[in-house]
Design a protein around this ligand. Structure first.
Ligand SMILES: Nc1ncnc2c1ncn2[C@@H]1O[C@H](COP(=O)(O)OP(=O)(O)OP(=O)(O)O)[C@@H](O)[C@H]1O
Length: 246
């Protein structure tokens, strides 16, 4: 079988083990993130989702296994090199500079030089509150607006892969909806995204592929459409009960 470039997944983890201090947290993670799709990583609290993102980013040491990004083995690379290669990370606690304005936060994120005007116009259309609060300190933004700024910082320059950790955490439903609209647009532009989430209705709206973790391993992979239809599977994998499926 010939293997074209577009058939190569954006990211592949094979048997990845990782420790935090003396604790063995990832116990052989196998995960494939297809190019140009939004993949959701689900799982109960403590399953290892955030650690998986941090490990991809080189922030947690891999003790065995392999991480391939496009055609390259990036296992053990230092974080700045992984970022330069084209992976952007939006951590759970966002990482915006509260005392700097929205504009300054975005300027600093444009690592290869001045902000590209066309790209900026695209970004502000995606996240309208950033335009409204352009010259305000980021510390004054609401949680949802900070989340938009954090994602905006990650995509101010084109990236090959975007890792986003629980963007809905602590946000009101209306804001979650705005965030879903923005991520939907990124998705329609075929940006490759690996999204960690606990909010199942948000995930099912956005996800194309899905992987579910438990105890430091991926225990289920498939399409979101299939998982969304199968309440028994949701219950078994995620502990979701009736009323949480909408
Ligand atoms: N710094 C740390 N020291 C020790 N154990 C840790 C540390 N960080 C995470 N862990 C443990 O690693 C396991 C996986 O944590 P992780 O944050 O990756 O899970 P998660 O699936 O993202 O959970 P949540 O949805 O609650 O954020 C948990 O058992 C957690 O207690």
């Amino acid at each position: 079988m010939s293997c074209t470039d577009s058939a190569t997944p954006a990211l592949t983890l094979t048997g990845v083990h990782a420790n935090i201090d003396q604790y063995h947290i990832l116990e052989g993670v196998d995960l494939v993130v297809p190019k140009g799709e939004l993949t959701v990583l689900l799982g109960r609290n403590g399953a290892g989702k955030s650690t998986t993102l941090r490990t991809i980013m080189g922030l947690t040491t891999v003790t065995s296994g392999q991480i391939r990004f496009g055609g390259q083995d990036i296992t053990g690379w230092p974080t700045p090199r992984i970022a330069r290669e084209g992976i952007a990370f939006v951590p759970e606690h966002m990482g915006v500079f509260g005392q700097l304005t929205v504009r300054e936060n975005l300027m600093l994120a444009a690592v290869s030089g001045a902000m590209d005007e066309e790209r900026l116009a695209w970004l502000l259309a995606l996240f309208p509150p950033l335009k409204r609060f352009w010259d305000r300190p980021a510390g004054n933004l609401s949680g949802g607006q900070k989340q938009m700024l954090a994602i905006g910082r990650a995509v101010i320059e084109p990236r090959q892969l975007l890792l986003i950790d629980e963007p809905t955490k602590g946000l009101a439903p209306a804001i979650i909806n705005d965030l879903a609209d923005a991520l939907d647009q990124l998705k329609s532009q075929r940006v490759t995204i690996l999204l960690v989430e606990q909010n199942f209705s948000f995930s099912r709206r956005l996800g194309q592929s899905v992987a579910v973790m438990n105890d430091g391993r991926v225990v289920h992979t498939g399409t979101m459409a299939d998982l969304a239809e199968d309440e028994a599977l949701q219950h078994r994998l995620l502990g979701l009960g009736l009323g949480e499926h909408q």
